[in-house]
Design a protein around this ligand. Structure first.
Ligand SMILES: [Zn+2]
Ligand SMILES: [Zn+2]
Length: 353
């Protein structure tokens, strides 16, 4: 079968690889329908390895580069290993990329993403999802209802991460929520806040097409920090208080500083952005006004809830999916589009076969 294999920085090859063996006990084999390209895939390609084990094997899985990449997937179960309950051949599933040791305090308390030896589909697992088929632990698989297509199913993983961020923020129906940056994750965080019933959702974004996308995804207002003073506009939008919840999705030093200031007294600042270097917050402001700063990273544990939320009409997959490509076009159209035509793309889906 064909697969996308990461060999090194700027060295991802579409290769013929052998098919995975029959699934061992506890695992299922899934034929991949669609796999999305994630921001972390671009980081691995341009600046990696970040999470791909290069010089020594992964502690839990023994996997080491070259590895088959890809983790935002939906597909169909084609073989079921011994001891698997709840899955049968023909079931359509989305996959959670987290693989834990199953023995540590985090794994045993339902927080497998925090496992010290955690492995991740597409970086340190036996096979990633940019391939015709792969083996997954049954616990990584979640049933897709008939109302969610395979394409939309490929969005479950990134959307779950934003559902988690909204959950971590404790946002409720009376809250004003700000979303900083409306790239793929920001747009999904916006919809997660909307579907969870936030009172008002205001996006902060500078790129014209993303401003339009934020409106389509349900933003009550979009503030462009290039044309207005973002902090005073944010205060004005909230009756002078600041936002109950601010979700930072841009990962820039300037945006996180702004995000902190836009948070109200005793409000919550949730950081989802991926930062290349440590960035500053106005800590005196955080201390004096007793703001909470919260990191949020994976949707582990919230997949069924995420899939339910995606059946809501306010989940606009049509705004998120901006292209469909074949595996051979991964670099030329996929990576190139997301790196160099940023404004035209949100999520690009790849069909591996
Ligand atoms: Zn991802
Ligand atoms: Zn563990």
């Amino acid at each position: 079968m064909k697969a996308a294999v990461w060999h090194g920085q700027r060295d991802v090859r579409i290769e013929d690889v052998s098919e995975p063996p029959a699934p061992p006990p506890g695992q299922v084999q899934v034929s991949v329908a669609w796999c999305g390209i994630c921001g972390t895939d671009l980081h691995e390609y341009v600046g990696g390895p970040l999470y791909i084990p290069l010089h020594k094997p992964h502690l839990l899985t023994g996997v080491q580069a070259p590895v088959i990449i890809g983790h935002e997937m939906a597909g169909t179960v084609i073989e079921v290993g011994d001891g698997v309950k709840g899955f049968a051949v023909g079931d359509r599933v989305a996959a959670c990329p987290i693989i834990g040791c199953g023995r540590c305090r985090w794994c045993l308390s339902g927080s497998m993403a925090q496992c010290d030896r955690v492995a991740f589909l597409g970086t340190s697992w036996t096979g990633g999802a940019l391939a015709g088929r792969l083996n997954l632990n049954a616990y990584q698989c979640f049933h897709l209802p008939g109302s969610i297509s395979d394409e939309v199913g490929a969005l479950v993983e990134p959307f779950s991460a934003t559902v988690r961020a909204v959950e971590r923020s404790g946002a409720n129906s009376g809250d004003n929520v700000a979303i900083i940056g409306t790239g793929p994750i920001g747009l999904m965080a916006l919809m997660a806040a909307r579907i969870r019933g936030a009172k008002r959702v205001v996006a902060f974004e500078i790129a014209q097409k993303r401003i339009e996308a934020a409106r389509l995804c349900g933003a009550d207002a979009v503030i462009d920090p290039l044309t207005v003073d973002a902090e005073s506009a944010g205060l004005e939008a909230t009756g002078g208080e600041g936002f109950d919840v601010v979700i930072e999705c841009a990962g820039q030093p300037a945006t996180v500083l702004m995000a902190g200031r836009l948070t109200r007294t005793r409000g919550k600042l949730v950081i989802m952005g991926v930062f290349e270097k440590p960035a500053a917050l106005d800590l005196t402001d955080i201390v004096f006004r007793e703001k909470s700063v919260i990191g949020s990273m994976s949707g582990y544990g919230l997949y069924d809830e995420t899939i339910r939320m995606m059946t809501d009409a306010r989940f606009r997959a049509d705004v998120l999916i901006t292209d469909h490509i074949g595996l051979d076009e991964l670099i030329s159209k996929g990576y190139h589009g997301l790196l160099h035509e940023t404004e035209n793309h949100v999520k690009i889906l790849v069909r591996p076969e």
